[in-house]
Write a protein that binds this ligand. Structure first.
Ligand SMILES: Cc1cc2nc3c(=O)[nH]c(=O)nc-3n(C[C@H](O)[C@H](O)[C@H](O)COP(=O)(O)OP(=O)(O)OC[C@H]3O[C@@H](n4cnc5c(N)ncnc54)[C@H](O)[C@@H]3O)c2cc1C
Length: 457
Protein backbone atom coordinates (compact mmCIF):
# COMPACT_ATOMS: atom_id res chain seq x y z
CA UNK A 1 0.00 0.00 0.00
CA UNK A 2 1.35 3.35 -1.04
CA UNK A 3 0.42 5.78 1.78
CA UNK A 4 0.34 9.43 0.78
CA UNK A 5 -0.33 12.52 2.82
CA UNK A 6 -0.05 15.63 0.67
CA UNK A 7 -0.48 18.14 3.53
CA UNK A 8 2.35 16.42 5.38
CA UNK A 9 4.53 16.53 2.25
CA UNK A 10 3.64 20.20 1.67
CA UNK A 11 4.51 21.12 5.23
CA UNK A 12 7.83 19.30 4.91
CA UNK A 13 8.57 21.13 1.68
CA UNK A 14 7.07 24.45 2.79
CA UNK A 15 4.85 24.39 -0.28
CA UNK A 16 1.22 25.14 -0.98
CA UNK A 17 -0.71 27.13 -3.54
CA UNK A 18 -0.69 30.41 -1.60
CA UNK A 19 1.94 29.39 0.91
CA UNK A 20 4.69 29.33 -1.67
CA UNK A 21 4.17 33.07 -2.22
CA UNK A 22 3.91 33.75 1.51
CA UNK A 23 7.17 31.97 2.13
CA UNK A 24 8.99 34.35 -0.19
CA UNK A 25 7.34 37.41 1.32
CA UNK A 26 7.95 36.54 4.92
CA UNK A 27 11.41 35.03 4.67
CA UNK A 28 12.58 31.63 5.81
CA UNK A 29 12.43 32.34 9.56
CA UNK A 30 8.65 32.93 9.44
CA UNK A 31 7.72 29.96 7.24
CA UNK A 32 6.58 27.73 10.08
CA UNK A 33 4.26 30.39 11.48
CA UNK A 34 2.14 30.61 8.32
CA UNK A 35 -0.45 27.93 7.68
CA UNK A 36 -2.30 27.37 4.41
CA UNK A 37 -5.54 28.33 6.21
CA UNK A 38 -4.09 31.74 7.09
CA UNK A 39 -3.09 32.36 3.50
CA UNK A 40 -6.43 31.15 2.20
CA UNK A 41 -8.32 33.32 4.69
CA UNK A 42 -7.53 36.29 2.46
CA UNK A 43 -9.15 34.75 -0.63
CA UNK A 44 -12.55 36.05 -1.78
CA UNK A 45 -15.42 33.86 -0.54
CA UNK A 46 -17.35 32.49 -3.50
CA UNK A 47 -20.01 30.86 -1.35
CA UNK A 48 -20.83 29.81 2.19
CA UNK A 49 -23.09 26.78 2.36
CA UNK A 50 -24.24 23.72 4.29
CA UNK A 51 -23.06 20.98 1.93
CA UNK A 52 -20.41 21.26 -0.76
CA UNK A 53 -20.13 18.42 -3.26
CA UNK A 54 -16.86 18.40 -5.23
CA UNK A 55 -17.21 16.58 -8.55
CA UNK A 56 -20.44 16.10 -10.50
CA UNK A 57 -20.18 12.56 -11.84
CA UNK A 58 -22.63 9.81 -10.87
CA UNK A 59 -21.71 10.00 -7.17
CA UNK A 60 -21.73 13.81 -7.08
CA UNK A 61 -25.13 14.03 -8.77
CA UNK A 62 -26.58 11.55 -6.25
CA UNK A 63 -24.95 13.42 -3.35
CA UNK A 64 -26.10 16.85 -4.52
CA UNK A 65 -29.69 15.81 -5.09
CA UNK A 66 -29.89 13.92 -1.79
CA UNK A 67 -28.43 16.74 0.32
CA UNK A 68 -30.61 19.40 -1.29
CA UNK A 69 -33.72 17.24 -0.80
CA UNK A 70 -33.00 17.41 2.93
CA UNK A 71 -33.24 21.20 2.82
CA UNK A 72 -29.47 21.71 3.10
CA UNK A 73 -28.08 24.62 1.09
CA UNK A 74 -26.10 22.53 -1.34
CA UNK A 75 -23.60 23.42 -4.06
CA UNK A 76 -22.11 20.96 -6.54
CA UNK A 77 -18.93 22.12 -8.26
CA UNK A 78 -17.60 20.49 -11.41
CA UNK A 79 -14.33 20.79 -13.26
CA UNK A 80 -15.94 20.14 -16.66
CA UNK A 81 -18.55 22.47 -18.09
CA UNK A 82 -21.32 19.86 -17.73
CA UNK A 83 -22.31 17.15 -15.26
CA UNK A 84 -22.10 13.39 -15.55
CA UNK A 85 -18.38 12.60 -15.39
CA UNK A 86 -17.65 9.35 -17.20
CA UNK A 87 -21.33 8.99 -18.23
CA UNK A 88 -21.18 12.21 -20.20
CA UNK A 89 -17.83 11.77 -21.87
CA UNK A 90 -18.37 8.15 -23.03
CA UNK A 91 -21.02 8.44 -25.76
CA UNK A 92 -22.75 5.07 -26.02
CA UNK A 93 -21.77 3.58 -22.65
CA UNK A 94 -24.60 2.00 -20.73
CA UNK A 95 -25.53 3.13 -17.21
CA UNK A 96 -25.64 -0.23 -15.42
CA UNK A 97 -27.58 -1.13 -12.27
CA UNK A 98 -29.94 1.83 -12.49
CA UNK A 99 -32.82 -0.59 -11.77
CA UNK A 100 -31.25 -3.85 -10.56
CA UNK A 101 -33.46 -6.76 -11.66
CA UNK A 102 -35.87 -4.13 -12.99
CA UNK A 103 -36.59 -2.73 -9.51
CA UNK A 104 -36.26 0.98 -8.67
CA UNK A 105 -33.48 1.60 -6.15
CA UNK A 106 -34.62 5.02 -4.85
CA UNK A 107 -37.06 7.82 -5.59
CA UNK A 108 -34.06 10.06 -6.23
CA UNK A 109 -32.62 7.82 -8.95
CA UNK A 110 -36.12 7.33 -10.38
CA UNK A 111 -36.49 11.13 -10.56
CA UNK A 112 -33.45 11.26 -12.85
CA UNK A 113 -34.72 8.39 -15.01
CA UNK A 114 -38.18 9.94 -15.32
CA UNK A 115 -36.64 13.32 -16.13
CA UNK A 116 -34.75 11.72 -19.02
CA UNK A 117 -37.87 9.88 -20.19
CA UNK A 118 -39.82 13.16 -20.16
CA UNK A 119 -37.87 14.45 -23.19
CA UNK A 120 -39.15 11.60 -25.36
CA UNK A 121 -38.04 8.15 -26.47
CA UNK A 122 -34.91 9.49 -28.22
CA UNK A 123 -33.37 10.56 -24.88
CA UNK A 124 -32.81 7.08 -23.42
CA UNK A 125 -33.77 3.44 -23.59
CA UNK A 126 -33.43 0.44 -21.32
CA UNK A 127 -30.86 -2.00 -22.72
CA UNK A 128 -32.14 -4.69 -20.36
CA UNK A 129 -33.88 -4.69 -16.98
CA UNK A 130 -31.16 -2.76 -15.15
CA UNK A 131 -29.16 -0.76 -17.71
CA UNK A 132 -29.95 2.50 -19.51
CA UNK A 133 -28.34 3.77 -22.67
CA UNK A 134 -28.73 7.53 -22.45
CA UNK A 135 -28.42 10.05 -25.20
CA UNK A 136 -25.73 11.95 -23.36
CA UNK A 137 -26.87 15.44 -24.36
CA UNK A 138 -30.35 14.81 -22.90
CA UNK A 139 -28.76 13.26 -19.84
CA UNK A 140 -26.72 16.41 -19.16
CA UNK A 141 -29.89 18.52 -19.27
CA UNK A 142 -31.80 16.01 -17.12
CA UNK A 143 -29.19 16.50 -14.39
CA UNK A 144 -29.63 20.29 -14.53
CA UNK A 145 -33.42 19.95 -14.40
CA UNK A 146 -33.19 17.58 -11.43
CA UNK A 147 -30.82 19.93 -9.58
CA UNK A 148 -33.21 22.83 -10.22
CA UNK A 149 -36.19 20.78 -9.05
CA UNK A 150 -34.59 20.06 -5.67
CA UNK A 151 -32.96 23.52 -5.27
CA UNK A 152 -29.43 22.23 -5.59
CA UNK A 153 -27.01 24.97 -6.68
CA UNK A 154 -24.25 24.18 -9.13
CA UNK A 155 -21.21 25.72 -10.75
CA UNK A 156 -19.23 24.32 -13.66
CA UNK A 157 -15.80 25.02 -15.09
CA UNK A 158 -13.99 25.37 -11.78
CA UNK A 159 -11.65 23.00 -10.01
CA UNK A 160 -11.19 22.29 -6.31
CA UNK A 161 -7.47 22.93 -5.94
CA UNK A 162 -6.89 22.61 -2.21
CA UNK A 163 -8.68 21.93 1.06
CA UNK A 164 -8.99 24.44 3.89
CA UNK A 165 -8.31 22.51 7.07
CA UNK A 166 -8.52 23.86 10.61
CA UNK A 167 -7.83 21.68 13.63
CA UNK A 168 -8.02 18.61 11.41
CA UNK A 169 -11.49 19.53 10.14
CA UNK A 170 -12.09 20.40 6.47
CA UNK A 171 -13.85 23.77 6.49
CA UNK A 172 -13.91 24.46 2.78
CA UNK A 173 -12.02 24.25 -0.47
CA UNK A 174 -9.96 26.59 -2.59
CA UNK A 175 -11.25 26.68 -6.13
CA UNK A 176 -9.34 27.66 -9.25
CA UNK A 177 -11.68 29.80 -11.37
CA UNK A 178 -11.23 32.03 -14.41
CA UNK A 179 -11.40 34.94 -11.95
CA UNK A 180 -8.57 33.53 -9.86
CA UNK A 181 -8.44 31.51 -6.66
CA UNK A 182 -11.47 31.74 -4.36
CA UNK A 183 -12.69 29.83 -1.34
CA UNK A 184 -15.95 28.06 -0.65
CA UNK A 185 -16.84 27.47 3.01
CA UNK A 186 -19.09 24.58 3.95
CA UNK A 187 -20.33 22.72 7.00
CA UNK A 188 -19.88 19.31 5.36
CA UNK A 189 -17.96 18.42 2.23
CA UNK A 190 -18.47 15.39 -0.01
CA UNK A 191 -15.50 14.37 -2.15
CA UNK A 192 -16.89 12.92 -5.39
CA UNK A 193 -13.85 13.73 -7.53
CA UNK A 194 -13.21 10.07 -8.36
CA UNK A 195 -9.53 10.51 -7.50
CA UNK A 196 -10.05 11.48 -3.81
CA UNK A 197 -8.64 14.94 -4.56
CA UNK A 198 -10.14 16.65 -1.52
CA UNK A 199 -9.12 13.87 0.87
CA UNK A 200 -5.59 14.08 -0.53
CA UNK A 201 -5.44 17.88 -0.29
CA UNK A 202 -6.77 17.71 3.27
CA UNK A 203 -4.01 15.34 4.33
CA UNK A 204 -6.30 12.37 4.88
CA UNK A 205 -4.73 8.99 4.25
CA UNK A 206 -5.11 7.96 0.65
CA UNK A 207 -3.38 5.24 -1.32
CA UNK A 208 -2.77 3.88 -4.78
CA UNK A 209 -2.65 0.16 -5.52
CA UNK A 210 0.95 -0.67 -6.33
CA UNK A 211 1.12 -4.47 -6.44
CA UNK A 212 0.23 -4.88 -10.12
CA UNK A 213 -1.63 -3.13 -12.90
CA UNK A 214 -4.20 -0.48 -12.04
CA UNK A 215 -7.52 -0.85 -13.86
CA UNK A 216 -7.14 0.69 -17.33
CA UNK A 217 -7.84 4.24 -18.40
CA UNK A 218 -9.84 4.36 -21.62
CA UNK A 219 -10.52 7.05 -24.18
CA UNK A 220 -14.01 6.19 -25.41
CA UNK A 221 -14.47 6.56 -29.17
CA UNK A 222 -17.15 6.32 -31.83
CA UNK A 223 -16.95 4.97 -35.42
CA UNK A 224 -19.23 4.79 -38.44
CA UNK A 225 -19.60 0.98 -38.15
CA UNK A 226 -19.89 -1.66 -35.41
CA UNK A 227 -17.73 -4.49 -36.72
CA UNK A 228 -15.75 -6.80 -34.42
CA UNK A 229 -12.14 -5.64 -34.37
CA UNK A 230 -9.96 -8.21 -32.64
CA UNK A 231 -8.77 -9.90 -35.88
CA UNK A 232 -8.19 -6.57 -37.62
CA UNK A 233 -6.25 -5.15 -34.70
CA UNK A 234 -4.16 -8.33 -34.32
CA UNK A 235 -3.21 -8.05 -38.04
CA UNK A 236 -2.21 -4.40 -37.73
CA UNK A 237 -0.29 -4.47 -34.46
CA UNK A 238 3.21 -4.58 -35.97
CA UNK A 239 2.54 -1.39 -37.89
CA UNK A 240 0.35 0.31 -35.25
CA UNK A 241 1.68 -0.57 -31.79
CA UNK A 242 -1.00 1.32 -29.86
CA UNK A 243 -3.83 -0.93 -31.10
CA UNK A 244 -5.74 -2.36 -28.14
CA UNK A 245 -5.84 -6.12 -27.62
CA UNK A 246 -9.27 -6.26 -26.02
CA UNK A 247 -12.23 -4.23 -27.14
CA UNK A 248 -15.98 -4.07 -26.78
CA UNK A 249 -17.70 -2.43 -29.75
CA UNK A 250 -21.43 -1.96 -30.07
CA UNK A 251 -23.88 0.11 -32.01
CA UNK A 252 -25.10 3.15 -30.10
CA UNK A 253 -28.86 2.73 -29.68
CA UNK A 254 -30.84 4.51 -32.34
CA UNK A 255 -27.70 5.87 -34.02
CA UNK A 256 -25.68 5.05 -37.06
CA UNK A 257 -22.41 4.78 -35.21
CA UNK A 258 -20.71 2.61 -32.61
CA UNK A 259 -19.04 2.98 -29.22
CA UNK A 260 -15.66 1.37 -28.60
CA UNK A 261 -14.58 0.60 -25.04
CA UNK A 262 -11.20 -1.05 -24.63
CA UNK A 263 -8.29 -1.69 -22.32
CA UNK A 264 -6.77 1.64 -23.47
CA UNK A 265 -3.82 2.50 -21.26
CA UNK A 266 -2.78 -1.14 -20.70
CA UNK A 267 -0.95 -1.00 -24.06
CA UNK A 268 1.32 1.60 -22.41
CA UNK A 269 1.89 -0.39 -19.20
CA UNK A 270 0.79 0.57 -15.70
CA UNK A 271 -0.41 4.19 -15.73
CA UNK A 272 -1.96 6.27 -12.94
CA UNK A 273 -4.42 9.11 -13.57
CA UNK A 274 -3.13 11.35 -10.77
CA UNK A 275 0.50 11.24 -11.87
CA UNK A 276 0.77 14.32 -14.09
CA UNK A 277 3.35 12.92 -16.50
CA UNK A 278 1.67 9.51 -16.74
CA UNK A 279 -1.71 11.17 -17.22
CA UNK A 280 -0.33 13.42 -19.96
CA UNK A 281 1.24 10.45 -21.71
CA UNK A 282 -2.00 8.49 -21.43
CA UNK A 283 -4.25 11.29 -22.72
CA UNK A 284 -1.96 12.03 -25.67
CA UNK A 285 -1.08 8.46 -26.60
CA UNK A 286 -4.70 7.35 -26.43
CA UNK A 287 -5.59 10.17 -28.84
CA UNK A 288 -3.00 8.70 -31.16
CA UNK A 289 -4.44 5.25 -30.46
CA UNK A 290 -7.77 6.30 -32.00
CA UNK A 291 -6.11 7.43 -35.21
CA UNK A 292 -4.14 4.16 -35.33
CA UNK A 293 -7.41 2.28 -34.74
CA UNK A 294 -9.07 3.79 -37.77
CA UNK A 295 -6.01 3.47 -39.99
CA UNK A 296 -5.74 -0.22 -39.06
CA UNK A 297 -9.44 -0.72 -39.80
CA UNK A 298 -8.99 0.69 -43.31
CA UNK A 299 -5.74 -1.16 -44.07
CA UNK A 300 -6.29 -4.50 -42.33
CA UNK A 301 -10.09 -4.78 -42.19
CA UNK A 302 -11.73 -7.38 -44.44
CA UNK A 303 -15.18 -5.85 -44.92
CA UNK A 304 -16.41 -2.82 -46.85
CA UNK A 305 -17.45 -1.19 -43.57
CA UNK A 306 -13.94 -1.50 -42.19
CA UNK A 307 -12.28 -0.34 -45.40
CA UNK A 308 -14.45 2.80 -45.21
CA UNK A 309 -14.12 3.23 -41.47
CA UNK A 310 -14.11 6.71 -39.97
CA UNK A 311 -13.74 8.12 -36.50
CA UNK A 312 -16.95 9.94 -35.61
CA UNK A 313 -15.88 11.34 -32.25
CA UNK A 314 -14.09 10.74 -28.99
CA UNK A 315 -14.54 11.39 -25.28
CA UNK A 316 -13.44 14.75 -23.87
CA UNK A 317 -10.87 12.96 -21.73
CA UNK A 318 -9.82 9.49 -20.68
CA UNK A 319 -12.08 7.71 -18.21
CA UNK A 320 -10.30 6.34 -15.16
CA UNK A 321 -11.23 2.99 -13.64
CA UNK A 322 -8.86 3.10 -10.69
CA UNK A 323 -6.48 5.65 -9.17
CA UNK A 324 -5.94 7.21 -5.75
CA UNK A 325 -8.54 6.37 -3.15
CA UNK A 326 -9.39 6.87 0.48
CA UNK A 327 -7.94 4.80 3.26
CA UNK A 328 -10.99 5.05 5.47
CA UNK A 329 -12.35 3.78 8.77
CA UNK A 330 -13.32 0.55 6.99
CA UNK A 331 -11.79 -0.92 3.83
CA UNK A 332 -13.91 -3.21 1.68
CA UNK A 333 -12.21 -6.55 1.10
CA UNK A 334 -12.49 -9.53 -1.26
CA UNK A 335 -14.31 -11.38 1.53
CA UNK A 336 -16.93 -8.61 1.62
CA UNK A 337 -17.67 -8.76 -2.07
CA UNK A 338 -17.56 -12.53 -2.44
CA UNK A 339 -19.74 -13.29 0.57
CA UNK A 340 -21.94 -10.19 0.32
CA UNK A 341 -21.16 -8.98 3.83
CA UNK A 342 -23.81 -6.91 5.57
CA UNK A 343 -22.85 -3.96 7.76
CA UNK A 344 -25.07 -2.26 10.35
CA UNK A 345 -23.94 1.19 9.16
CA UNK A 346 -24.75 0.53 5.49
CA UNK A 347 -25.75 3.60 3.45
CA UNK A 348 -25.88 1.90 0.04
CA UNK A 349 -25.11 -1.37 -1.69
CA UNK A 350 -23.38 -2.48 -4.86
CA UNK A 351 -24.56 -5.20 -7.16
CA UNK A 352 -23.23 -6.53 -10.47
CA UNK A 353 -20.00 -8.42 -11.06
CA UNK A 354 -16.26 -8.40 -10.65
CA UNK A 355 -15.04 -6.35 -13.58
CA UNK A 356 -11.55 -4.94 -13.46
CA UNK A 357 -12.06 -3.79 -17.06
CA UNK A 358 -11.12 -5.14 -20.51
CA UNK A 359 -7.79 -6.95 -20.28
CA UNK A 360 -8.24 -7.58 -16.53
CA UNK A 361 -10.11 -9.98 -14.26
CA UNK A 362 -13.75 -10.49 -15.28
CA UNK A 363 -16.06 -12.68 -13.19
CA UNK A 364 -19.67 -11.68 -13.75
CA UNK A 365 -20.91 -14.08 -11.06
CA UNK A 366 -17.98 -13.65 -8.69
CA UNK A 367 -19.59 -11.22 -6.31
CA UNK A 368 -22.67 -10.96 -4.16
CA UNK A 369 -24.63 -7.82 -3.46
CA UNK A 370 -22.51 -6.14 -0.76
CA UNK A 371 -23.05 -3.20 1.58
CA UNK A 372 -21.22 0.11 1.48
CA UNK A 373 -20.72 0.86 5.17
CA UNK A 374 -20.67 4.53 6.13
CA UNK A 375 -17.22 3.93 7.64
CA UNK A 376 -15.80 3.22 4.15
CA UNK A 377 -16.68 6.82 3.22
CA UNK A 378 -15.02 8.41 6.28
CA UNK A 379 -11.32 9.35 6.43
CA UNK A 380 -9.49 7.89 9.40
CA UNK A 381 -8.29 11.14 10.95
CA UNK A 382 -9.44 14.19 9.02
CA UNK A 383 -13.02 15.26 9.75
CA UNK A 384 -15.70 17.31 8.03
CA UNK A 385 -15.32 15.16 4.93
CA UNK A 386 -17.22 12.26 3.36
CA UNK A 387 -15.91 10.48 0.25
CA UNK A 388 -18.17 8.81 -2.32
CA UNK A 389 -17.92 7.26 -5.78
CA UNK A 390 -15.08 5.24 -7.17
CA UNK A 391 -12.52 6.49 -4.61
CA UNK A 392 -14.12 5.04 -1.45
CA UNK A 393 -12.05 2.90 0.90
CA UNK A 394 -11.73 -0.48 -0.81
CA UNK A 395 -9.02 -2.92 -1.84
CA UNK A 396 -7.98 -3.22 -5.50
CA UNK A 397 -10.58 -5.66 -6.88
CA UNK A 398 -13.39 -4.63 -4.50
CA UNK A 399 -13.01 -1.00 -5.61
CA UNK A 400 -13.49 -2.03 -9.24
CA UNK A 401 -16.25 -4.56 -8.57
CA UNK A 402 -19.81 -3.39 -8.96
CA UNK A 403 -18.54 0.06 -9.90
CA UNK A 404 -21.50 0.59 -12.23
CA UNK A 405 -23.13 3.97 -12.50
CA UNK A 406 -26.30 2.99 -10.56
CA UNK A 407 -24.19 1.82 -7.63
CA UNK A 408 -22.21 5.08 -7.62
CA UNK A 409 -25.41 7.17 -7.68
CA UNK A 410 -26.67 5.17 -4.70
CA UNK A 411 -23.49 5.63 -2.66
CA UNK A 412 -23.52 9.33 -3.53
CA UNK A 413 -27.10 9.53 -2.30
CA UNK A 414 -26.08 7.93 1.00
CA UNK A 415 -23.12 10.29 1.37
CA UNK A 416 -25.13 13.41 0.49
CA UNK A 417 -27.85 12.47 2.97
CA UNK A 418 -25.24 11.99 5.69
CA UNK A 419 -23.63 15.35 4.86
CA UNK A 420 -27.01 17.08 5.13
CA UNK A 421 -27.74 15.40 8.48
CA UNK A 422 -24.33 16.51 9.82
CA UNK A 423 -24.92 20.10 8.67
CA UNK A 424 -28.45 20.17 10.10
CA UNK A 425 -27.38 18.79 13.47
CA UNK A 426 -24.25 20.95 13.55
CA UNK A 427 -22.00 17.93 14.16
CA UNK A 428 -19.09 16.43 12.30
CA UNK A 429 -19.97 13.71 9.75
CA UNK A 430 -18.22 11.13 11.96
CA UNK A 431 -20.55 11.95 14.85
CA UNK A 432 -23.92 11.62 13.14
CA UNK A 433 -26.44 8.95 13.99
CA UNK A 434 -26.27 6.67 10.91
CA UNK A 435 -29.74 5.40 11.86
CA UNK A 436 -31.11 8.86 11.01
CA UNK A 437 -29.51 8.65 7.55
CA UNK A 438 -30.91 5.17 7.04
CA UNK A 439 -34.39 6.34 8.04
CA UNK A 440 -34.23 9.20 5.51
CA UNK A 441 -33.04 6.81 2.80
CA UNK A 442 -35.87 4.41 3.64
CA UNK A 443 -38.39 7.25 3.11
CA UNK A 444 -36.84 7.72 -0.34
CA UNK A 445 -37.60 4.04 -0.94
CA UNK A 446 -33.99 2.90 -0.72
CA UNK A 447 -34.13 -0.78 0.21
CA UNK A 448 -31.01 -0.75 2.40
CA UNK A 449 -31.63 -4.13 3.97
CA UNK A 450 -33.05 -6.30 1.17
CA UNK A 451 -34.58 -9.30 2.93
CA UNK A 452 -33.68 -11.56 0.05
CA UNK A 453 -30.43 -10.10 -1.23
CA UNK A 454 -30.37 -12.42 -4.24
CA UNK A 455 -33.48 -10.75 -5.65
CA UNK A 456 -31.40 -7.60 -6.05
CA UNK A 457 -28.16 -9.19 -7.20
C1 LIG B 1 -13.50 3.11 -19.18
C2 LIG B 1 -14.66 2.88 -18.26
C3 LIG B 1 -15.76 2.17 -18.71
C4 LIG B 1 -16.84 1.98 -17.85
N1 LIG B 1 -17.94 1.31 -18.31
C5 LIG B 1 -19.06 1.31 -17.55
C6 LIG B 1 -20.29 0.80 -18.09
O1 LIG B 1 -20.34 0.34 -19.23
N2 LIG B 1 -21.40 0.88 -17.31
C7 LIG B 1 -21.39 1.41 -16.05
O2 LIG B 1 -22.44 1.47 -15.39
N3 LIG B 1 -20.23 1.86 -15.50
C8 LIG B 1 -19.08 1.84 -16.23
N4 LIG B 1 -17.93 2.33 -15.70
C9 LIG B 1 -17.89 2.72 -14.28
C10 LIG B 1 -18.42 4.10 -14.01
O3 LIG B 1 -18.27 4.93 -15.13
C11 LIG B 1 -17.69 4.74 -12.83
O4 LIG B 1 -17.67 3.86 -11.73
C12 LIG B 1 -18.38 6.02 -12.41
O5 LIG B 1 -18.31 6.96 -13.48
C13 LIG B 1 -17.74 6.62 -11.18
O6 LIG B 1 -18.49 7.73 -10.81
P1 LIG B 1 -17.83 8.87 -9.95
O7 LIG B 1 -18.87 9.92 -9.78
O8 LIG B 1 -17.18 8.30 -8.76
O9 LIG B 1 -16.60 9.43 -10.84
P2 LIG B 1 -16.56 10.17 -12.25
O10 LIG B 1 -17.60 9.69 -13.17
O11 LIG B 1 -15.13 10.06 -12.68
O12 LIG B 1 -16.88 11.69 -11.88
C14 LIG B 1 -15.98 12.51 -11.17
C15 LIG B 1 -16.31 13.96 -11.52
O13 LIG B 1 -15.54 14.84 -10.71
C16 LIG B 1 -14.98 15.87 -11.50
N5 LIG B 1 -13.77 16.31 -10.82
C17 LIG B 1 -12.65 15.58 -10.62
N6 LIG B 1 -11.75 16.28 -9.89
C18 LIG B 1 -12.33 17.46 -9.62
C19 LIG B 1 -11.91 18.61 -8.88
N7 LIG B 1 -10.72 18.65 -8.26
N8 LIG B 1 -12.73 19.68 -8.80
C20 LIG B 1 -13.96 19.65 -9.43
N9 LIG B 1 -14.41 18.59 -10.12
C21 LIG B 1 -13.61 17.51 -10.21
C22 LIG B 1 -14.74 15.21 -12.85
O14 LIG B 1 -14.66 16.15 -13.89
C23 LIG B 1 -15.95 14.29 -12.97
O15 LIG B 1 -17.05 14.94 -13.58
C24 LIG B 1 -16.82 2.52 -16.53
C25 LIG B 1 -15.71 3.24 -16.09
C26 LIG B 1 -14.65 3.44 -16.96
C27 LIG B 1 -13.50 4.26 -16.48
Amino acid sequence: MNNLSRRHMMQQAGLGLGLAGATTMLGPSRVDAVTPSQVYASLPVLDEIDVLVCGGGAAGIGAGMAAAQQGARTLVIENCTFFGGVISWMVGMEMNQMRPKGMPRSDTIERLIKQMESYGPQSMRFLNKHAIIPNVEYFKVAVLDCFDAVNCDYLVGLRAADAIVEDNVVKGVVVATRQGLMRINAQSIVDCTGDADIAHYAGAETWIYDEGMLGAMTLGSNYNHWQKLRKTFAGGRDKYPLLPKVDIIRQVAGCDFSFLNNEGSLVLGNRCAVDLKQRTETETQLSRQLVQNVRAMREFGDTDELKNAELVGAAQQVATRESRRLHGEYTLTMADIESGTTHPDTVAWRTGGIDVGPGGLYKPNGMNLFDIPYRSLLPIKVDGLIVAGRCISADHIPSLSGKSIGNQFAAGQGAGTAAAVAAKRGVLPRKIDVGEVQAILAKDNVDLFPANRSTRA
